[in-house]
Ligand binder design. Structure first.
Ligand SMILES: Cc1cc2nc3c(=O)[nH]c(=O)nc-3n(C[C@H](O)[C@H](O)[C@H](O)COP(=O)(O)OP(=O)(O)OC[C@H]3O[C@@H](n4cnc5c(N)ncnc54)[C@H](O)[C@@H]3O)c2cc1C
Length: 392
């Protein structure tokens, strides 16, 4: 792969809206990505393998629990710092950002928000340091967009629960030490359970044959009469709102993250357009190529503004789930379109692993689907503005 020459576009001087801390977090994350991710990521994506050696680095830059309080091992940062960190990591690769998102928003967040103090003390420091990795089991083979119909369930059996069922498409599953698993009790109410690797009847087979997020490990979670100690239930929230609360935090991170992927594609295409000569001119001098680049920077700038504002609302505790849905949907779509256009600017070179664009393009096909599909987020906006529920 070519050397990482990335320079981030800031067409509307949005850096003026950031604090020194925001910029510091961003530059530290960017430096780490350039040093530890860019040189190896293409190789790992080609091999379809998660680079386990970067876990320590992710922990060191604070990517596991950026907004979790420091007393639990997190970094205690605000939501804009968290967003900028996700942007920089996804600029490197969506799969690496997925690992960080899952660990922070889908594993640490529910333990922090819905767990008791004993659970927080037991798990959060280990997860923040990367000593333990976690995964989040909501999706099932027959229940994706509608998790309320999940069949994974647990029954009380003396001093423990007996957990049965299966989850599918679970990021980090093949190497995670623990899983936050969403399952129904005997009254059909959804709860979060902490399931640890090594519990009898719990297995995590890896999912192969992916053309997308190849540098992220995906797997199933199988529960065959798994005995889960009663103290492993998350006591402070139940019902579908509990997993959806985690998804708000992760979707917010995605809205920022994909700007990173889009910026990388734009930056690569812009540089290439000034260097590649055809018909005696740099291809960037042709109006058709300028149209593509001009539209890309316009869309990136709009997404940056949308997301910064959402970050301010999150910091004030005012962002609604529907606002987060809008940003996730808009920004992933923006990024996928930019990746496609950028790839064309590179001509034949665009399909190779010499450049990051094709990898981003393939990765974004998962990002547009997971954590609520493009269609589902549109219906959430539709419900919010009309008050009429298209899901029923
Ligand atoms: C690489 C990867 C990693 C993932 N990681 C995780 C993870 O860590 N944890 C986890 O729990 N899940 C994870 N997922 C699962 C992901 O969240 C689901 O794939 C997603 O929610 C969609 O579910 P589905 O694939 O079953 O699609 P379906 O729900 O079957 O949807 C198929 C199509 O139907 C459309 N559709 C569904 N319902 C409606 C409707 N009411 N109106 C209109 N259209 C509709 C959808 O938009 C979609 O286009 C991951 C997925 C991938 C691909």
């Amino acid at each position: 792969m070519k050397p990482d020459l990335f320079e981030s576009p800031d067409y509307y001087n949005l850096d003026d809206l950031l604090t020194d801390e925001h910029k510091l977090v961003r530059s530290a994350t960017r430096a780490w990505v350039k040093r530890d991710v860019s040189p190896i990521i293409e190789d790992y994506a080609q091999k379809a393998e998660f680079p386990m050696q970067i876990i320590g680095g992710l922990a060191d830059i604070g990517a596991f629990g950026p907004y979790i309080p420091e007393e639990y091992g997190g970094s205690g940062l605000d939501q804009i710092s968290y967003g900028l960190m996700m942007q920089e990591i996804e600029r490197g690769d969506s799969g690496i950002r997925s690992t960080a998102s899952v660990q922070s928003s889908l594993v640490m967040y529910p333990i922090w928000k819905y767990g008791n103090e004993t659970q927080r003390q037991k798990y959060l420091p280990k997860l923040a340091s990367g000593e333990w990795m976690g995964c989040f089991g909501l999706t099932e083979p027959d229940h994706g967009s509608n998790p309320s119909e999940m069949v994974t369930n647990f029954k009380v059996k003396g001093d423990h629960y007996l957990l049965n069922g299966a989850k599918m498409w679970i990021s980090n599953a093949p190497f995670a030490q623990l899983a936050v698993v969403w399952a129904k009790d005997e009254n059909n109410r959804i709860h979060g359970l902490i399931v640890e690797r090594g519990m009898e009847g719990f297995s995590t087979p890896e999912t192969h044959n992916k053309w997308s997020l190849r540098a992220s490990a995906t797997g199933e979670l199988i529960f065959d009469n798994v005995k889960v100690p009663k103290e492993n239930i998350l006591p402070n929230k139940s019902g579908l709102g509990a997993p959806l609360g985690c998804l708000d935090s992760a979707r917010y991170g995605i809205a920022w993250g994909v700007i990173g992927a889009a910026m990388d594609c734009y930056d690569t295409a812009l540089r290439y357009s000034k260097e590649r000569m055809q018909f005696g001119k740099p291809i960037g001098q042709f109006q058709l190529q300028q149209k593509k680049l001009a539209e890309m920077i316009t869309e990136i700038t709009k997404a940056q503004l949308l997301t910064w504002r959402l970050g301010v609302l999150r910091n004030e505790g005012k962002a609604t789930s529907a606002q987060i849905s809008m940003a996730k949907r808009n920004n992933v779509n923006m990024a996928i379109n930019i990746a496609r256009e950028a790839r064309q600017i590179l001509g034949g070179m665009g399909i190779t692993g010499e450049y990051s664009i094709m990898r981003h393009s393939m990765n974004l096909e998962s990002v547009i689907t997971y954590e609520g599909t493009h269609d589902i987020h549109l219906l959430i906006t539709g419900l919010d503005i009309t008050g009429l529920n298209a899901f029923k």
